[in-house]
Design a protein around this ligand. Structure first.
Ligand code: SF4
Length: 165
């Protein structure tokens, strides 16, 4: 099975109560190989919730205890991001998932870049906390921006093949 950020599949779990519905991923969801996941929901954060950003680095640094997460109201949310990441890893293990497709830019799900912690719309390179933890445990993590019809067909074919062996 392939883990996919729930907001990309149209679930209203985004911080503002909306979603990031992605037409291509929603279409491929019909094949039945995706597991919708939201690390921030797994951490019991409410919907809606104030936006959060990692300060002092990226998700890898957060996992190492060298950065923290804050929400826009000034609350330290580091523990929530860590909890969400750990719960996501447990789900990945339960499904024997080797691949995840996560929402770019999020402090949890971001894959190639995240916001820089200033709440000014600026981005830095690096993954969010949950994406970084999956990568650390050997999963291949893509963002929705990496997805094409060709890549999805390949990923789904490989996923089916893994199930059969
Ligand atoms: S934590 Fe991930 S799945 Fe949940 S709303 Fe944010 S980007 Fe989407």
């Amino acid at each position: 099975m392939i883990l996919v950020s729930a907001c990309l599949l149209g679930h209203n779990v985004k911080y503002n109560g909306g979603n990031n519905a992605n037409e291509l991923l929603q279409k491929y969801n019909a094949r039945g190989r995706f597991v919708a996941v939201c690390p921030e929901c797994f951490a019991m954060l409410p919907v809606p919730r104030p936006p959060m950003e990692i300060q002092g680095g990226n998700g890898k640094k957060l996992l190492a205890g060298k950065a923290k997460a804050m929400d826009k109201d000034g609350m330290d949310t580091t523990a929530y991001l860590l909890t969400g990441a750990r719960k996501l890893l447990k789900i990945a293990e339960a499904y024997h998932a080797r691949v995840a497709i996560l929402k770019e830019g999020s402090p949890s799900c971001g894959v190639h870049n995240i916001y820089d912690g200033t709440f000014r719309g600026r981005k830095i390179r690096g993954a969010g906390a949950a994406a970084a933890l999956l990568q650390k445990h050997g999963l291949t993590v893509y963002s929705e921006k990496d997805m094409t019809v060709g890549r999805l067909e390949t990923l789904l074919a490989e996923d089916l093949r893994r199930d059969r062996v």
